[in-house]
Design a protein around this ligand. Structure first.
Ligand code: TRP
Length: 456
């Protein structure tokens, strides 16, 4: 059986979903989630909504509408992990941790931030006028969304490609800085759905709330759908005159919802002089056919917010089953540990009872053989170099246990760490400490741990 690929995407809850959101994001995501080898995580990015929306009623309403839209469109919450970002406290926690290792310069280059600065400069005001820290750090929160669940693939629009690159960059920095041979984070890949053309709006530009050219998805029912379609801009050719399908965004809209045969037939009708009024009727009928049953489910769900809340609470539980233990590992990695794990060595004489100090061998990313030495408390004392085979690794750890370890220690000055050499060769390293005193403490703990193992 092939390993499941984790696909994760989110929608910012700052408005009412329109036809473009459905065709460009929701529909393809749901289709992907139905594949056997896909493990899908879909969520409402409601912390992201706060960056551009300070109207609490709108944020609240949008969360409900977007949740109902996903469900009405066919998302199966038993299959997909479906949740609200703000129900997962581990996400903002991770976001802060990542914030502390993200260079400010990286964020200076983010398109969304740069666009605001450019606009301000054009207006002749302060470059950062109206820019909040949420906007500036937006890509870090997005990286946390993705890295928290180690997503492999993130389907998004083209405008998000840079954010994915930043998420990879940040993941790499973390792995490098804290990984000590382990890749905590998967490097996510952006997934651009090539055959999902960006849906044009009423005026032919990309359908977007900011252009005020959207076609509503469910809001306003069949009536508003018809009203919006009537407003689609066309050329002024009369019925009977041949229309050019390829320069008509009405045709593009039609083909986004039609089968290949329907599209070919519609193309021919336009070439044969179908009037725009008739063409709009055909588009309305086509959309109604796909949307009407969903709209019914949507209206039904909107009337049962309790049911939606329950689904989302379940989803949050499911997501946190992963996030909670994972953030614990991250906390360990960065040094937010139990105090027992850093108790000074003097207070940790070799104990006879309880867990003992031990060597733990493992294979690293490259498939090479390494070992760690753990103190009785579980604190990591040493990480070995990679060995080509387990025997060599085993021999090295044996020797560390049998020789006088203190003689093998070489302190490193710059980071208050130390190295262990055998026959002049580096075999293992300790960990950086904040001060020389702490460094000495670590070395003492190492010696005590080895002593306790000898005594076993
Ligand atoms: N920034 C995305 C957008 O505006 C929404 C989003 C937030 C997202 N977090 C994410 C998308 C994580 C994918 C993965 O479209």
């Amino acid at each position: 059986m092939s390993k499941k690929s984790r696909v994760l995407t989110g929608i910012t809850t700052s408005g009412t979903p329109h036809l473009g959101n459905y065709a460009g994001a929701i529909r393809p995501a749901i289709m992907a989630s139905r594949q056997e080898n896909v493990d899908a995580f879909f969520f409402m990015a409601d912390y992201h909504a706060l960056i551009k929306c300070d109207d609490p009623a709108r944020v609240a309403r949008s969360r409900l509408e977007i949740a109902a839209t996903w469900l009405a469109a066919g998302l199966d919450s038993n299959r997909v992990t479906f949740y609200r970002q703000s129900d997962i406290p581990e996400i903002p926690e991770l976001s802060w941790i990542l914030t502390c290792l993200t260079p400010k310069g990286l964020m200076n280059r983010a398109h969304a931030y740069k666009a605001s600065v450019d606009q301000n400069e054009a207006k002749g005001v302060e470059p950062d006028d109206g820019v909040n820290m949420g906007l500036f750090s937006y890509p870090i929160l997005m990286a946390a969304d993705i890295l928290m669940f180690n997503a492999h693939k993130v389907p998004v629009g083209r405008d998000q490609i840079q954010h994915l690159e930043m998420a990879r960059d940040i993941a790499q920095r973390f792995n490098h800085q804290y990984g000590a041979g382990r890749d905590y984070f998967v490097l996510p890949e952006v997934h651009i759905e090539e055959n999902v053309a960006t849906l044009p709006g009423l005026d032919g530009r990309k359908m977007s709330k900011s252009y005020n050219n959207t076609i509503p998805l469910f809001e306003g029912g069949a009536k508003e759908l018809k009203v919006a379609i009537a407003r689609i801009q066309t050329d002024s050719l009369l019925p009977g005159e041949a229309k050019d399908p390829d320069s008509s965004h009405l045709f593009t809209l039609y083909s986004a919802f039609a089968s290949a045969e329907q599209t070919a037939a519609f193309r021919q009708q336009l070439l044969d002089g179908l009037g725009w009024g008739e063409a709009k009727k055909a588009l309305t009928a086509l959309l109604e056919n796909e949307l009407a049953p969903m709209r019914e489910r949507y209206n039904d769900l909107m009337g049962k917010p309790d049911q939606i809340e329950e689904i989302l609470q379940e989803g949050a539980k499911k997501a946190r089953r992963e996030a909670t233990p994972f953030i614990q590992e991250i906390r360990q990695a960065i040094g937010l540990r139990n105090v027992q794990a850093v108790a000074p060595a003097v207070a940790a004489p070799a104990k006879k009872s309880g867990k003992a100090a031990r060597f733990v061998s493992f294979r690293d990313e490259q498939g090479l053989f390494r070992f760690r030495l753990l103190a009785a408390t579980g604190q990591e004392l040493l990480l070995s170099i990679p060995f080509d085979n387990p025997k060599e690794a085993g021999l090295a750890s044996k020797r560390l246990q049998n020789e006088n370890i203190i003689d093998l220690v070489n302190k490193t000055g710059h980071d208050h760490s130390f190295e262990i050499h055998l026959d002049g060769q580096l075999v293992a390293s300790g960990f950086a400490a904040a001060s020389e005193a702490e460094q000495d403490g670590n070395i003492r703990l190492l010696a005590d741990s080895i002593e306790s193992m000898k005594a076993e």
